[in-house]
Design a protein around this ligand. Structure first.
Ligand SMILES: O=P(O)(O)OC[C@H]1O[C@H](O)[C@@H](O)[C@@H](O)[C@@H]1O
Length: 550
């Protein structure tokens, strides 16, 4: 079954009618009043984890949907053949057809003994052998048996990478800090801004520092330049290039470039082209995670994602949590005209989670051309953004509550805190805010309620909240390696389902190329004498200003 535009599917038309006749008139307060079982009907529990990692609970009931909406959305997913694309993905088909590649990151976390094949070949032996290498290496570094060039154990890890070779490791090591090795210092250098590297190196000693050069392609300008500068810094003290072998490892698919850089192939951790950058924290790119939380925890992290993969793959769309979350998000994007989606983790350790999801969602689905080569006539990739609660409440939540835009939101919290200080008082306060925010967004506050509190007439409209603003609530038992793995995998499948319905290829990223190419040209002009005049007037003016200074 193939189609061009999702908007030509019968279910899309039916949803359009449903929106006009029902959707845009829905009032959440009334829906709860009318149906006492709404919460039960529209919430789901993911039970795929071990008891200590807990279930994860997803409440979709505070959304502008009815059972009919869900039915129509599921019908849309069926007509768009989401299940077919899902099967193709798990079959190792080259569904990233613009790059001629499979999309096979689930193989990286396939902890079962089942084979997974690409081009007829089982990739699992290769995956397992890299995992074994990661285990040996991380055990050696963590136990101190791996020594630097002067015989001292490694104390600092500097991961040099950008995009998918940075955001996953940063986010996961932050989120799992309670599992981290206390005396290991982690630094992540991504930006080409020399400040990023300089500040990290200021805190490191060449004798006790390990650099992980993380780059799928090993050609990314920022990473190659930062890696070279790091090597120069190291050799300015270590002198002998033979010492590089004790202090540099590469996480890459490009053996040729790794060797050319001077990294021993024994210190290379490989993965394959069927792992997209934004899906690579599960691969060798996750080495900093394994070093920090230990291999066993890293394996548990993979296991959590694997459990969500199995669930997504085998659960009917009607009850499939990631698929439903994606469909509800499409409902807001394409029928209500919502442009953004807020993610607010009520967990300070997860402060980089929204940044991580930005690449996952926006690099995957920021496309306007369908798989059939047509220009879409509907909205695709939402603008994903967020900050942890409660901080976000004291900054931009004003707009979420009283602004003019509809902002669907995910609120996320664990039941158990890693730091239940003051008799868990802090966590109870955190949870009270989590619950109160979704309630406030939904209920709002009527002019009558404001007036009853004694507000002057002219102030009443300013203190009124229209309410009826939707949200998803996601409650984990605890943020453990496994539950975090499952949560990330959940968002991956949300992203996948959205892209499948919109009929775009969620797995290429040509949009990042043009700017890269133009930057190369500008750089060569910065190095040459004289003023430039071959760009538009604005770009010429900016370049010449940099060349001459103020
Ligand atoms: O790991 P690499 O090859 O250095 O790529 C880093 C990043 O580069 C580009 O911006 C994109 O392709 C991203 O998807 C990728 O994550």
């Amino acid at each position: 079954m193939s189609f061009s535009l999702a908007s030509t599917l019968p279910a899309w038309q039916a949803l359009q009618n449903h929106y006009e006749n029902v959707g845009k008139h829905l009032v959440l307060r009334d829906l709860f009043d009318k149906d006492s079982s709404r919460f039960n009907k529209l919430s789901h529990t993911f039970n795929g984890l071990k008891e200590e990692d807990g279930p994860i609970f997803f409440d979709f009931s505070k959304n502008l949907i009815t059972e009919e909406t869900v039915k129509l959305l599921v019908q849309l997913a069926k007509e768009a053949n989401v299940e077919g694309l899902r099967d193709s993905l798990f079959n190792g088909d080259h569904i990233n057809f613009t790059e001629g590649r499979a999309v096979y990151h689930p193989a990286l976390r396939n902890l079962s003994d089942k084979p997974m094949k690409v081009n007829g070949e089982d990739v699992m032996p290769g995956v397992r052998s890299v995992l074994k290498h990661m285990k040996e290496f991380s055990d050696a570094i963590r136990s101190g048996t791996w020594k630097g060039y002067t015989g001292k154990p490694i104390k600092s890890i500097v991961n040099i990478g950008i995009g998918g070779s940075d955001l996953g490791p940063v986010m996961v090591t932050e989120a799992l800090k309670p599992y981290g090795k206390q005396d290991m210092e982690l630094h992540f250098v991504s930006n080409i801004d020399g400040t990023h590297l300089a500040e990290a190196l200021n805190k490191c000693d060449p004798e006790t520092t390990l650099f992980l050069i993380a780059s799928k392609t090993f050609t990314t300008a920022e990473t190659c330049t930062n890696a070279q500068s790091a090597k120069d810094w190291f050799l300015s003290q270590a002198k002998d290039p033979a010492h590089v072998a004790k202090h540099f490892a590469a996480l890459s698919t490009n053996e040729k470039e790794v060797t050319a850089f001077g990294i021993d192939s024994a210190n290379m951790f490989e993965f394959s082209d069927w792992v997209g950058g934004r899906y690579s924290v599960w691969s060798a790119i996750g080495l900093s995670v394994a070093l920090y939380i230990g291999f066993e925890n890293f394996e548990a992290f993979l296991g959590g994602a694997h459990a969500m993969d199995n669930y997504f793959r085998s659960t009917p769309l009607e009850e499939n949590i990631p698929a439903l979350a994606a469909l509800i998000s499409i409902w807001y994007s394409d029928f209500f005209g919502a442009q953004t989606h807020l993610v607010a983790p009520y967990d300070q350790y997860m402060h980089r989670f929204p940044a991580y999801l930005q690449q996952l969602s926006m690099e995957s689905n920021g496309k306007a051309i369908t798989r059939s080569g047509d220009m879409v006539n509907y909205t695709t990739g939402k603008i994903l953004w967020g900050e942890p609660g409660t901080n976000s409440q004291h900054s931009f939540f004003q707009l979420v509550h009283q602004g003019t835009k509809l902002i669907p939101a995910d609120f996320l919290i664990p039941i158990e805190s890693h730091n239940p200080i003051d008799n868990n008082k802090h966590h109870r306060m955190l949870f009270s805010n989590f619950a109160a925010q979704t309630e406030a967004l939904m209920l709002g506050k009527t002019p009558a309620e404001v007036k009853a509190e004694g507000a002057a007439d002219e102030i009443v409209p300013h203190k009124t909240f229209v309410g009826n603003r939707p949200s998803n609530s996601i409650i984990a038992k605890k943020i453990t390696p496994a539950s975090l793995g499952a949560l990330i995998s959940f968002y991956e499948w949300v992203t996948f389902t959205e892209g499948a319905v919109w009929n775009i290829n969620s797995f290429d990223q040509f949009g990042v190329e043009l700017g890269k190419k133009l930057a190369k040209n500008v750089l060569s002009q910065l190095d040459a004498e004289g003023k430039v005049n071959d760009h538009d007037a604005s770009t010429n003016g900016l370049i010449n200003l940099f060349k001459t200074g103020f």
